[in-house]
Design a protein around this ligand. Structure first.
Ligand code: F6P
Ligand code: MG
Length: 469
C-alpha cells in the first residue's frame, strides 16, 4: 500500500482545519490573557522594571502571533539568532526549506508540522527575553495547575484505590500461576485509568466545568466508557510483558499531559512496580511548554508537592483522604529515590518529526538514539492523541489500515509499543470493517455534516499494541 499524504490545515471539514482556524487563535488569546494577569501580579509583588517591561513585550508578541494565524501569513523560518538563543532544532528550518515549493501558511500547511511549529514559536518568544524569569516561565502553568486542582474528586478516588490495592498486592505473587488472573484484571484496570486520564486535555477542554471533570475521571465513568474503547489490544500487551524473559523488566511512558493524566500514568507505573510486573518505569517528558498541557520535568515535581499540600487539595488533615494522598506522594518519592521511577527529557519529543523517525536510520535529531534506548524497554507506552498522530504519521490512512502498517518502521524495528489514546484528531486506523461508517452515522445525528469527527471528539478511545517484530 502506498503511504498517503499527511493531513493539511486546508483540508476542508476536518478537525485539523477547525483547529488552525478556531482553536489556535483561542490558545494564543489565552496566553495573552495569562501574561496580562502575570504582569499585574508581578507589579504588585514589586518585580524589577526589566521583568515587567519584558512581560509587556511578550503580551504584544503573543497577540501578534495570534494575528499571524488569523491573517494566515507564511510560516517563516527561524532566524539564526532565535536558533541560538532558544536552541531550536535544525529540523524546523530544514523542513521549511524542503517544503518551500508548496504553499505553507498557517491555514495551508501540514497540520502536524504547523502545530508543533506554533509551540516552538511561542517558546522562542520567551527564550529571547533577557530575564531568566521569562526564560523559565511556563505560559500554560496557571491552567495546568488550576485544572489539576479541580480534579480533587478523581485524585482522591484513585488515591484510595491505590491504598487498598497496595494491601491486596502484598498477597499476590507474579510468579504464581493462580495469582496471574487477578493481576491481569488489575493490569486492565490501570491501563484504563491511564487511558481515560488522557480525556482531561487542556487544549480541548477550554470551557470545562467541575462537573465535566468529575464525570470523566471517576471509576463509574471508566466502567461506562469501556464500550467506547473501539480497538483494545490490552491482552496482547499483557501477554507480551508477561512473556518477556528478562529478569528485571522496564516499562517506558512517552508522556502526554500533566495534572490528572500524569497522576493516572503514575498510578499505572506504581501498580506495575508494586506488583513486580516491572522493576523500573521511565517517564519521557517534554523539554519546553508544549501543546498547552504536556508534561515537563518540573510538572512532576509540582504534582508531588500538590498531593501533599492541603491548601491545594483541601481535605481534612488526618482524614482517610489525607492519608491516601500522602501515601501516594511518599510512594512516588520512594520510587524515585530507589531508582524504580525515572524521569527524562529529550529534544526529540518536541521536534516536528513523527515516530517513523524512531529508527536507526534517523541520525540527525536523536531518532536513532531514542530507538536504541527504547529497544531496552519491555513495553513503551505512548500516551495520548498527539503521540498517536505521530505514530501514524498523521496521514490520511483508510480507517481500516492495519496498525503495523500505519506506524511504519516502528512495527518492525524491535520496539514493543502500546498506544493509549482518547481519539481527538482526524487520523484513525486499525478499525474493524464497518465500524467507522457506523460511528460516523451515530455522530452525524447530533452533529450534522460532521459525522467523521466522532474520532476528534475525545469520546472514544483506542489501545493499540505492536510487538515490534
Ligand atoms: O490540537 C491538536 C491536538 O494534537 C489534537 O490532536 C488533540 O486534541 C490535542 O491537540 C492534544 O491532545 P493530547 O494531549 O491527547 O495529545
Ligand atoms: Mg497533550
Amino acid at each position: 500500500m502506498s503511504v498517503p499524504r499527511r493531513f493539511l490545515t486546508s483540508d476542508k471539514g476536518t478537525f485539523g482545519a477547525f483547529t488552525a482556524e478556531e482553536r489556535w487563535p483561542i490558545i494564543c488569546q489565552n496566553a495573552v490573557d495569562d501574561i496580562k494577569t502575570e504582569v499585574e501580579e508581578l507589579k504588585k509583588a514589586g518585580a524589577t522594571q526589566e521583568v515587567i517591561s519584558e512581560g509587556l513585550v511578550l503580551e504584544k508578541e503573543l497577540a501578534e502571533l495570534r494575528e499571524e494565524i488569523l491573517k494566515n501569513t507564511e510560516l517563516r523560518a527561524f532566524t539564526e539568532e532565535e536558533i541560538k538563543i532558544a536552541n531550536v532544532p535544525g529540523s524546523f528550518n530544514e523542513y521549511l526549506k524542503e517544503s518551500s515549493a508548496i504553499n505553507r501558511s498557517w491555514a495551508n500547511a501540514e497540520w502536524l508540522f504547523a502545530e508543533v511549529y506554533l509551540y516552538r514559536r511561542i517558546n522562542v518568544l520567551f527564550m529571547s527575553k533577557k530575564a531568566e524569569y521569562w526564560q523559565k516561565f511556563d505560559i500554560f502553568d496557571r491552567l495546568k495547575q488550576a485544572t489539576f486542582k479541580s480534579s480533587l474528586y478523581g485524585v482522591v478516588e484513585l488515591a484510595h484505590r491505590y491504598k487498598n490495592l497496595r494491601e491486596q498486592l502484598k498477597t499476590l505473587d507474579v510468579n504464581k500461576e493462580s495469582d496471574l488472573e487477578i493481576l491481569q484484571i488489575l493490569f486492565k484496570e490501570f491501563i484504563e485509568v491511564s487511558l481515560w486520564g488522557n480525556a482531561t486535555d487542556l487544549s480541548l477542554l477550554t470551557n470545562i466545568t467541575l462537573e465535566d471533570i468529575k464525570s470523566i475521571q471517576g471509576a463509574k465513568a471508566r466502567e461506562e466508557s469501556e464500550a467506547k474503547i473501539v480497538v483494545n489490544d490490552t491482552d496482547k500487551a499483557w501477554e507480551s510483558l508477561l512473556n518477556s524473559t528478562k529478569q528485571s523488566k522496564r516499562v517506558d511512558f512517552v508522556l502526554d499531559n500533566s495534572g490528572f493524566e500524569l497522576y493516572a500514568d503514575l498510578m499505572l507505573a506504581a501498580f506495575l512496580i508494586e506488583s513486580k510486573l516491572a522493576s523500573k518505569c521511565i517517564f519521557h517528558a517534554k523539554d519546553m511548554p508544549y501543546m498547552v498541557s504536556d508534561v515537563m520535568l518540573k510538572d512532576y515535581d509540582a504534582l508531588v508537592k500538590d498531593l501533599e499540600d492541603r491548601e491545594f487539595f483541601p481535605v481534612a488533615v488526618g482524614s482517610e483522604d489525607d492519608s491516601s494522598l500522602n501515601l501516594f506522594a511518599s510512594e512516588l518519592s520512594n520510587f524515585v529515590k530507589n531508582g524504580s521511577l525515572e524521569l527524562r527529557t529529550d529534544s526529540f519529543w518536541t521536534t516536528h518529526l513523527d515516530y517513523w523517525a524512531i529508527d536507526p536510520s534517523e541520525t540527525k535529531y536523536h531518532g536513532a538514539e531514542i530507538h536504541k534506548d527504547l529497544m531496552n524497554s519491555d513495553l513503551v507506552i505512548f500516551k495520548g492523541d498527539l503521540n498517536y498522530r505521530k505514530l501514524a504519521g498523521d496521514r490520511q490512512w483508510p480507517r481500516t489500515t492495519d496498525w503495523d502498517v500505519a506506524i511504519g518502521p516502528l512495527a518492525h524495528n524491535g520496539v514493543v509499543s502500546l498506544s493509549l489514546r482518547t481519539c481527538k484528531a482526524d487520523v484513525q486506523v486499525a478499525l474493524p470493517d464497518g465500524l467507522d461508517e457506523k460511528l460516523c452515522k451515530e455522530w452525524e445525528k447530533d452533529h450534522p455534516g460532521q459525522g467523521s469527527w466522532w474520532c476528534s471528539s475525545g469520546k472514544w478511545a483506542v489501545i493499540c499494541f505492536s510487538s515490534g517484530n
